[in-house]
Design a protein around this ligand. Structure first.
Ligand SMILES: Nc1ncnc2c1ncn2[C@@H]1O[C@H](COP(=O)(O)OP(=O)(O)O)[C@@H](O)[C@H]1O
Ligand SMILES: [Mg+2]
Length: 300
């Protein structure tokens, strides 16, 4: 899996080095959490590296987004627009179903395989524009499938209510379809602002399971505190586990024992962040001990 840099300072180390190429990331947050900033940062990083970028706006118009980017300290956005490497599709106020089914595919044909970055900001109006859950799912799947043909996709999603438990109807389907889900938890209590980023899911990658404070700063955009993640380079825990497990080798068949050792070779300390090793040994023995008899029988 090839990784690309997200452009969000501190985020890449939380998802094992970057976002998987040609994947879809959904960024969820309430209004003001920093979703549009995240999407713009992501595109901007690609533009700086010479890749093309496509901003599909379903809510705000192009002028508003450009104005906000310039205020964020990114006036270079004008240059990218001029030389054509940054393209806007303003679909705000359009019939989304018609846009996704008929206009988008034509566009995708032109851009297919261009290794561009695509931002869809926000997905929410698409969900609201559809009647049933079935159509919601079908339309979202089509949108994600089409945009992925162009390159790597970041979609944002409005979170409503204050519970922050991501159980809302309009959130569940996109979360399910996404390869990576980033939750920007933004709360204001008695004037105090709190911003916490969490990786809810990340297919095909190790990822942080912790809560990471972030700020938004002019010139940078989102700045995430990533360092508190468990070490991904050291493997003290798997080594200790191997040592301890040696005493139980006889509980396993040779086949299972070899599999366990091979699996442990691929793991490191970040995989064992909240694992009680002794409990795990107990569980391994419980799970596999009966296979010893089965394997023995099979081997005659
Ligand atoms: N120029 C700026 N400098 C610092 N912070 C900014 C600036 N502009 C916006 N912000 C911060 O970014 C937040 C809005 O981010 P935005 O990406 O528009 O959120 P969302 O799209 O989730 O509603 C604001 O709440 C503000 O705190
Ligand atoms: Mg926004």
């Amino acid at each position: 899996m090839r990784k690309i840099k997200s452009g969000v300072v501190g985020l890449d180390s939380l998802v094992d080095g970057g976002i998987n190429e040609n994947s879809t990331t959904v960024v969820i947050g309430t209004s003001g959490a920093g979703k549009t900033t995240f999407a713009t940062q992501f595109l901007r990083r690609g533009l700086e590296r010479g890749n093309d970028a496509l901003f599909v706006s379903l809510d705000e118009n192009q002028e508003q987004i450009i104005k906000e980017a310039v205020e964020m300290g990114w006036p270079d956005i004008y240059g990218y627009l001029e030389d054509g490497s940054l393209v806007f599709i303003d679909a705000s106020g359009k019939k989304f179903s018609k846009f996704i089914r008929h206009e988008l595919p034509t566009f995708v044909d032109e851009w297919k395989g261009s290794e561009s970055r695509i931002a869809v900001d926000p997905l929410t109006p698409v969900i609201w524009s559809t009647e049933g859950r079935y159509e919601q799912r079908e339309l979202l799947m089509l949108l994600l499938k089409e945009t992925k043909k162009i390159g790597t996709v970041v979609c944002t999603l409005e979170e409503h209510g204050t519970r922050g438990d991501l159980s809302g109807n309009e959130i569940v389907i996109p979360m399910y379809l996404a390869d990576t889900v980033v939750h920007l938890k933004y709360t204001r209590k008695e004037g105090a602002i709190s911003r916490i980023l969490e990786i809810v899911k990340c297919r095909n990658s190790r990822h942080s399971k912790l809560s990471h404070p972030y700020t938004i700063a002019k010139g940078f955009g989102l700045l995430v505190q990533g360092r508190t993640s468990p070490e991904t380079k050291t493997n003290k825990a798997p080594e200790e586990l191997k040592r301890k497990l040696k005493n139980y080798e006889k509980s396993f068949s040779k086949r299972v024992w070899d599999n366990i050792l091979t699996s442990l070779d691929n793991l490191n300390d970040s995989d064992f962040a909240d694992v009680d090793l002794d409990q795990l040994i107990n569980d391994l023995v419980m799970t596999y001990s009966e296979e010893k008899d089965l394997d023995a029988k099979k081997n005659g």
